[in-house]
Design a protein around this ligand. Structure first.
Ligand SMILES: Cc1ncc(COP(=O)(O)O)c(C=O)c1O
Ligand SMILES: N[C@@H](CCOP(=O)(O)O)C(=O)O
Length: 525
């Protein structure tokens, strides 16, 4: 048979066949099975079909398995490996299989997952756009997940059978019409609600990848007795949920009294082994790194570059949701600083592989009480100094010594990026303002909105610039901060947008009195 490039097209019941000369494809996208991303020509290669499982006991995972048997996944050359972060590809030969348990390079630096871009480039951008679009909103295992709908760019080698997924991703890109108009004079402002998800934060995107790989490693009898993390609350919630779903033990190190009750109860409920440690996040991070180098506990923090492979799909999803038009700005709250790099990587891959022709400018927003990146940026990247992070309502980013500092700096330099900061009053006001327009955001998103407001005020971001603010966690995890604010119960904070409840006696007259007073101040009454 003539050589052909076949990639499995699991959203469909057949195999997608592309002509053997990929270079031709780049110039002749009309060859592509664009209709439904490959309404799938039947392959000469396809073995005699076996009947689709029909028994009542079969499920979407069984169907995917059956499809793999009938249309064996193959003959794409997609692959990925760990390489030292920032290493020169011309001279560095250091690399590791993703099946190795390794978090640091030989020199002690960060690692990065490097995909074989030449294999991915065998298919033009139009192909990838159509393929990804075709998988949205389906139940097909595992492609119904926003992360695994981009499987070839995430973990190309993993069997769908090993994937642990809650069909995360595909989160709402919310048009912040009223907030944009009322507070910023903007008409093209969007909030990417990554926190409206399985465990209430963007961490689900990375954790499905990490826990799936752990599942695979355990099936390969690699020494992994459990998975551990240090956390300010969201990583631990995601880790414990995905591990519980796969029956893998999880161990979480939490800084005592520094995370919200809602976040604390998540790993407890999901059966994790929870250590509440009398230190801050940076102290917990140091401890988990020491422990995971001694015990066969796999490290789940974003120091582990696998996590970022899942998180980068949020960037790809944003482009997809804009029909592959690129926004001018994307604003992301930063703490341990993995996510800003993950977004850069997602955007960069889309450009590199021809899905779009540019990338957005990135803004990383920090709480002024935990602002080591901001200080570094303000020193014109002169010298990085870790700080002692002070208490902040944006408690999930109370981090003074971010593990991914080098990744963040790289992402910001490559995207002509900016770093901003928000005081406690600014971030709480911004959160209250957004909530008053119908959102219910977390304080970290308040940090990002503050950055936006400052950059609008200084004219850096224009009124018509298409701008996306990344909302990283669900507001319901942070209700105590909202209660404090709306009760005017925060020392040295004016709480300008507080909306406290009115206590009123249980009689008609009293209720009418307060209502009339309220309505007299309401426009159009
Ligand atoms: C809600 C929330 N927002 C933002 C961040 C910052 O993400 P990163 O640590 O990747 O910078 C975190 C975690 O650190 C978080 O939990
Ligand atoms: N906000 C994080 C802090 C740890 O970040 P990670 O991305 O390195 O796991 C959390 O929720 O724990």
């Amino acid at each position: 048979m003539a050589s052909s490039y076949l990639i499995q097209s699991p959203s469909f019941s057949t195999t997608l066949k592309l002509p053997s000369k990929p270079t031709t494809l780049k110039t002749t996208p009309s060859f592509l099975p664009i209709k439904a991303a490959a309404a799938a020509a039947s392959s000469n290669n396809t073995p005699t079909p076996t009947p689709t499982p029909t028994s009542k006991s079969s499920n979407i995972r069984d169907k995917a398995r059956h499809q793999n048997l009938t249309n064996p996944p193959q003959i794409n050359n997609f692959s990925a490996k760990y390489v030292p972060f920032g290493a020169d590809p011309e001279t560095s030969t250091e690399s590791y299989s993703l099946d190795e348990i390794v978090y640091r390079s030989q020199s002690g630096g960060l690692l990065d997952v490097q995909h074989d871009l030449s294999a991915l480039k065998a298919f033009p951008g139009s192909y990838w756009r159509a393929l990804f679009d075709s998988r949205v909103g389906k139940r097909t295992w595992p492609y119904g997940s926003g992360v695994w709908s981009k499987k070839e760019w995430v973990l190309p080698d993993i069997s769908s059978d090993d994937i642990v997924s809650a069909f995360e991703g595909n989160t709402n890109l919310f048009w912040a019409e009223r907030f944009g108009k009322q507070f910023l004079g903007m008409n093209d402002l969007w909030v990417k609600h990554c926190g409206i998800s399985h465990t209430g934060s963007f961490k689900d995107l990375g954790m499905t990848v990490l826990v799936s790989q752990v599942n695979r490693l355990r099936k390969m009898n690699k020494p992994v007795v459990g998975v551990g993390c240090a956390s300010t609350g969201d990583t631990s919630a995601a880790l414990s949920a995905y591990c519980a779903s796969a029956g893998i033990p999880s161990i979480v190190f939490l800084p005592a009294n520094k995370i919200s009750i809602a976040q604390l109860v998540q790993p407890i409920a999901n059966g994790a082994f929870v250590l509440s440690i009398d230190t801050d996040f940076d102290g917990c991070m140091k401890l988990i790194r020491e422990v995971t180098s001694e015990l066969p506990i796999y490290l789940a923090n974003s120091l582990n570059s696998l996590r970022l492979e899942g998180q980068k799909t949020a960037a790809i999803e944003i482009l997809q949701q804009f029909d592959w038009e690129v926004p001018e700005w994307v604003i992301i709250p930063g703490g341990n600083l993995g996510n800003i790099y993950a977004f850069y990587k997602g955007f960069h891959m889309c450009k590199e592989l021809g899905l779009v022709d540019k990338i957005p400018r990135l803004v990383c927003a920090q709480a002024a009480n935990a602002n080591p990146l901001y200080l570094y940026y303000k020193s014109a990247w002169d010298e990085f100094k870790a700080v002692k992070a002070n208490s902040t309502f944006a408690s999930a980013i109370q981090i003074g010594d971010p593990v991914s500092i080098d990744r963040a700096v790289y992402a910001l330099k490559k995207s002509d990026g900016i770093v901003e900061e928000a005081t406690e009053e600014e971030l709480m006001d911004a959160m209250a303002m957004a909530d008053s327009t119908g959102m219910f955001i977390c304080p970290h998103t308040g940090v990002a909105l503050t950055a936006l407001m400052k950059l609008r005020k200084s004219g850096v971001i224009g009124a018509t610039d298409r701008t996306v603010v990344v909302s990283t966690a669900h507001g319901l995890k942070f209700t105590q901060s909202k209660i404090d604010y709306h009760s005017n119960n925060i020392k040295e904070m004016a709480c300008r947008y507080a909306n406290p409840p009115v206590s009123v006696a249980a009689d008609f007259g009293s209720v009418m009195d307060v209502l009339k007073k309220y309505l007299s101040k309401t426009p159009k009454y």
